[in-house]
Design a binder for this molecule. Structure first.
Ligand code: SF4
Length: 412
């Protein structure tokens, strides 16, 4: 039986060097491979013309350059482009390219589905399927970068709005954010390998300031990231206190705000832009009151940060609504008046469901989250009916549908 070929996209520079050494080839062959694959976007080993014929024959036998097959390629009216990518076994993930005047940002996924199960997130409602490999993560950048280099619209935009340090590279993607499907820090090793490739001059050469990891707050891994690969950090906060955050971001049950913010303070000296970003999804009547804005000011008073207010993108299963534009404005004003840096995120790609929190792909619900949620909702409903009959006056609280099952998966 022949052993499966290795995917050369899985290797960062050191791993590629080790692989090439294992084939008894000289170290410069690893550099050549990195350039062919990541800088020139070549996947056919036969086309890597300056590799010795014998080396190419060895590689053809043992290796390949394999990115995720594209199921769907959608273009939004505002230039946003979204790809649905096949990760096998009936699952798919999404990547989104967001062109702006001074940058081209690629939002990529790190897991098929997500176990964290944030209340307002479409991906979370799909359940968790599996971690993506390093090759599947960097493969999203590899694919999009080399595809867009042949897209006249994308090229024109780069030429029209050159960004310092980016205009001479011929690259279309200037920024990468790990804000697609999945919690990046729960797929740590593969994510860090992919990050190293993004920063490596022999691959994509992006600056640390232009690569952002977004996390829901995996505290020990925030500390590890500071040591291993300190790129820009965005924290999905969404609530100014533990009581509400426990319900919106169930990871808060494991790492409450006190621990999360302490980890953020420890990360700051390593952060490439000397501030962190906190994301706050604006949910009508849930987390958007004046009182909660003031609470947020107090919570973040000692951390150098920017708060990114994100208008919620509704999806049917959430049962939540977007805060009105006036409410978002009033909330932002309280933050700004208190001297905080706050922005309201523009929604992009609405017409192709490419906006934040809308990335759900077609992930098979392997963890049967939906089925269990319906079951738990029924139990909760029965329980509430019984409780109501005992005490009709008890205050109705905002209830999470399924707050702890992910913890068991996380610990298991
Ligand atoms: S917001 Fe992020 S961490 Fe939370 S469920 Fe969605 S993908 Fe997972």
């Amino acid at each position: 039986m022949t052993s499966p070929r290795v995917n050369l996209l899985d290797f960062d520079a050191d791993q590629m060097a080790a692989y090439v050494a294992g084939l008894n080839e000289k170290p410069f062959r690893a550099k050549q491979l990195m350039q062919w694959i990541h800088q020139r976007g070549v996947s056919d080993i036969n086309d890597m013309s300056d590799l010795a014929k014998s080396f190419r024959a060895t590689l053809l036998d043992k290796a390949e350059v394999l990115s995720l097959p594209v199921i769907k390629d959608e273009h939004a009216a505002d230039g946003t482009r979204k790809w649905l990518l096949d990760v096998g076994a009936g699952n798919a993930v999404e990547s989104v390219f967001i062109p702006e005047d001074d940058r081209g940002t690629l939002c990529i996924s790190s897991q098929a589905g997500c176990a964290v199960n944030c209340r307002f997130c479409s991906t979370g409602h799909q359940g968790f399927s599996r971690n993506l490999t390093a090759g599947e993560i960097i493969g999203q950048l590899w694919f999009a970068e080399h595809l867009l280099r042949n897209d006249p619209n994308a090229i024109r935009r780069v030429e029209q709005y050159p960004t310092p340090g980016w205009e001479h590279t011929g690259r279309v993607i200037s920024n990468v954010v790990l804000m697609g499907m999945g919690e990046p820090l729960l797929n740590y090793d593969n994510v860090v390998t992919a990050l190293r490739l993004m920063l490596d001059d022999r691959a994509y050469g992006l600056s640390r300031r232009r690569v952002t990891v977004s996390t829901s707050g995996v505290v020990p891994m925030i500390d590890r990231l500071a040591q291993d690969c300190p790129v820009a950090l965005a924290v999905s906060l969404h609530a100014p206190n533990d009581k509400l955050r426990d319900q919106l971001v169930p990871l808060n049950l494991k790492y409450p705000l006190r621990e999360l913010l302490a980890a953020c303070e420890r990360y700051l000296p390593f952060a490439p832009r000397d501030f962190l970003t906190f994301e706050y999804c604006m949910l009508d009547g849930v987390n958007d009151s004046d009182i909660q804005a003031k609470e947020l000011v107090r919570l973040l008073a000692n951390i150098k940060c920017k708060i990114n207010l994100i208008p919620f993108n509704p999806f049917p299963e959430s049962g939540l609504k977007r805060s009105s534009a006036q409410r978002i404005h009033a909330f932002a004003s309280i933050l700004l008046d208190a001297g905080m840096v706050a922005t309201v995120r523009k929604t992009r790609g609405d017409d192709i469901a490419a906006a934040c929190g809308q990335l759900a792909g077609d992930v098979v619900d392997r963890t049967r989250v939906r089925e269990r949620a319906v079951h738990e909702k029924q139990i909760q409903h029965d329980h509430e009916e019984a409780a109501d009959s005992v005490d009709d006056e008890e205050e109705q609280e905002y209830q999470p549908e399924h707050p702890v099952q992910w913890l068991k998966r996380l610990d298991g």
